[in-house]
Write a new protein. Structure first.
Ligand code: B12
Ligand code: SF4
Length: 472
């Protein structure tokens, strides 16, 4: 049976850039392959036409994608899940069709968010197979109890079905990249996104990625990935971001993807998250030849004791080596640090700062506090230490700071580092910074903005001439 499905992206967040709702492109491909008709509504680019979209489309099913819960910034604490509540209410007023929720944010808090949205069903983790199976079951009246990843109600309780990690060999095609949306994201952020694999098998203490995507790495066929890169080029992208939790899950994966890209001789530049471990000169060179232009290293700290307490599984020497390899290939690199988590003290933070001086030119983006999420080792620790109770929902963000640490003192230290070293950026952007970023994008700047910021701080340490206050 063919149904009409309205897919809604609820994401209104524009910082650091608006991001194309890639999850919906993947769902669209799977739904269309199953014979369904797909319509899109993206609340960021389409504006507030929800009621009109539902009345015009007359969907048999409505799917809502919730990507972000909050901004993960301890000082701002902006939350986004409220959007789901109002969308749920407004949809209910105009249609009786079943409402299904999914997305990375939803997958971290499925029970709470199903209830808040007043939705009929949810799918945790990757949605392709679950959504297609659910629609089939609802069309035919088959039972839904065995659908992997399904979130539903039984006897007044929310039930979570176990998930099944599939290979993700389904490709997208032009119909899964609506032109108007693509243009909007290219104009506002300058880049599009692509996924080469799912899952993360590492065990960093705070991380939700294994909760969302599972622990098993599941690579997508390299030729299919290269084809998607090619599609992004043909859509007008000059830059792509690889959204994988960690692109270098294995040297073999990196090699296969890069070789497939090189076979197509694409001119697209791209960036990705890399783990500063297991890299060597040949692999870095291969990535550079395949278009890798910037790296976001998930380093978290430059101090070995803290790295160990965070469960990172690598040490500062590997961070240093990986940064040197990137510098040799002229690939821009940024290290993301989380300051104040388990094992951190003011001394370890100073040690991190001292170690940073040993790194060849690279940017350091440092945030304060570790967001606590259910299903992570940090959650258990925070409960044990009495920082949170088991009854707490955690949708409203709570942060872990190691005993004895103080938020203001940590920010004070980071501001001092940033004043002394132009490569250090306190990762909690001011409104002036956000306006500045918007202006850069309007002028057609693509790629990572942190490299521009670091460069400008080197050129104008007292602030950018002509700007009312200093964004950097
Ligand atoms: C890559 C990434 C980024 C990149 C994005 C680059 C780009 N151009 O795309 C960058 C670094 C810019 C970024 C920024 C931010 N990010 Co981010 N990011 C991710 C990451 C690693 C992958 C997201 C992704 O693209 N996945 C691939 C697509 C294909 O999968 P998907 O969207 O999840 O969709 C699948 C399923 O979720 C499901 N699904 C999705 N929708 C629906 C709908 C229905 C109906 C169904 C049934 C299923 C379903 O099916 C899809 C296909 O299988 C996730 C973590 C993760 N592993 O998920 C964090 C994540 C989404 N980010 C997060 C956050 C917070 C942010 C920021 C707010 C951080 C900040 N302060 O800057 C910003 C927000 C940016 C914005 N404008 O929205 C959080 C959100 C949770 C939370 N705490 O709120 C996550 C989950 C990480 C975390 N901390 O846990 N991010
Ligand atoms: S921080 Fe990176 S490497 Fe560690 S578990 Fe998360 S995604 Fe995996």
């Amino acid at each position: 049976m063919a149904s009409r499905i309205l897919l809604i992206s609820a994401n209104r967040c524009t910082s650091p850039d608006p991001v194309f709702p890639l999850g919906l492109a993947h769902l669209s491909a799977a739904l269309r392959a199953a014979g369904h008709e797909v319509k899109w509504l993206d609340v960021l680019s389409d504006g507030d036409g929800l009621e009109e979209a539902v009345t015009e489309t007359r969907p048999d099913f409505v799917g809502i994608s919730l990507r972000n819960i909050d901004d993960v910034l301890i000082r701002r604490r902006e939350v986004f899940f409220g959007e789901l509540v109002s969308l749920g209410e407004r949809i209910r007023r105009v249609t009786r069709s079943p409402v299904i929720v999914g997305g990375s944010g939803f997958s971290i808090f499925p029970e709470q968010l199903l209830e808040l949205a007043g939705a009929d069903y949810g799918v945790r983790g990757e949605g392709e197979a679950g959504l297609v199976a659910l629609i089939r079951a609802l069309e035919t009246g088959e039972p839904v109890e065995s659908i992997p990843g399904l979130v539903y109600r039984r006897s007044g309780k929310v039930v979570l079905n176990d998930r099944e990690m599939r290979d993700c060999a389904q490709g997208t095609d032009a119909a899964d990249w609506p032109e108007a949306l693509v243009d909007f994201y290219l104009q506002s952020g300058g880049l599009l996104n692509v996924q080469t694999q799912r899952g993360c098998g590492f065990r960093c203490c705070y991380c939700t990625y294994p909760v969302i995507e599972g622990r098993q790495h599941r690579g997508r066929p390299p030729e299919l990935v290269a084809e998607e890169f090619e599609r992004l080029c043909s859509l007008g992208a000059q830059y792509a971001f690889v959204v994988d939790s960690v692109f270098n899950s294995s040297a073999r994966h990196v090699r296969e993807i890069c070789e497939a890209l090189l076979r197509r001789n694409l001119k697209l530049k791209w960036g990705c998250f890399l783990r500063p471990q297991g890299l060597d000169a040949a692999l870095m060179k291969l990535m550079a030849r395949a278009g890798l232009s910037h790296i976001e290293f998930g380093s978290d700290s430059f101090c070995d004791d803290v790295l160990q307490a965070y469960g990172k599984g690598f040490g500062f020497d590997e961070i240093q080596h990986s940064t040197q390899l990137a510098a040799k290939e002229n690939i821009e690199a940024c290290h993301f640090l989380i300051c104040g988590g388990p094992g951190e003290t003011m001394d370890t933070l100073e040690a991190s700062y001292r170690n940073a001086q040993k790194l060849p030119a690279s940017v350091v983006m440092a945030v304060v506090g570790m967001r606590i999420y259910p299903g992570t080792p940090l959650y258990d620790r925070a409960v044990q230490e009495g920082i949170i109770s088991k009854e707490e929902g955690l949708l409203q963000p709570k942060y872990y700071l190691a005993p004895g640490l103080d938020e203001a003192a940590l920010f004070g230290a980071l501001q001092r580092f940033a004043a002394e070293s132009p490569g250090w950026i306190v990762g909690d952007p001011s409104p002036v910074y956000l306006r500045f970023v918007e202006r850069l994008r309007q002028r057609g700047v693509v790629g990572p903005l942190w490299s521009y910021l670091a460069l400008m701080r080197r050129l104008w340490p007292q602030g950018i001439p002509g700007m009312e206050s200093n964004p950097i």
